[in-house]
Design a protein around this ligand. Structure first.
Ligand SMILES: [Zn+2]
Length: 129
């Protein structure tokens, strides 16, 4: 697997943007203007506009590279997640990592604990005993 990066300008504001995994990317969000662009469309049309009420700075900035046992990966995405369980809220952060030869991985941070994850190529098979 080798997917090349593609550079272009945001059709919403003209800021420079880059798609790290062209064939695997559906949308690209512009951090400058909040536009969500169609990554599959060569003209990168604006699909929606997002206005944040507040911003959250990830502990690891987008674009930062790090080396793991599995290789060197770049942070290409960030999510803040929350769930409520028996009335208590639990928050965590998910970083989407990318290596053009190895694909995607996830780095999860919850309560100061970090977990490095790989997705399974196929779902596990259920065995009947
Ligand atoms: Zn923009």
């Amino acid at each position: 697997m080798v997917e090349r990066a593609v550079s272009f300008t945001c059709t919403g504001c003209g800021a420079p943007l880059q798609i790290k995994a062209q064939g695997s990317t559906q949308v690209v969000a512009c951090s400058h203007c909040g536009s969500v662009l169609d990554a599959q469309d060569p003209r990168h049309q604006v699909l929606s506009q997002y206005k944040a009420n507040y911003t959250i700075e990830p502990t690891i900035p987008l674009g930062r590279r790090g080396t793991f046992r599995d290789g060197t990966f770049e942070v290409v995405g960030y999510l803040r997640r929350r769930t409520r369980y028996y009335g208590a809220d639990y928050d965590w952060a998910e970083y989407l990592l990318w290596n053009p030869y190895k694909g995607f991985r996830w780095l999860i941070e919850a309560g100061g604990h970090w977990t490095f994850l790989s997705t399974l190529p196929n779902p596990p098979l259920e065995t009947l005993s």
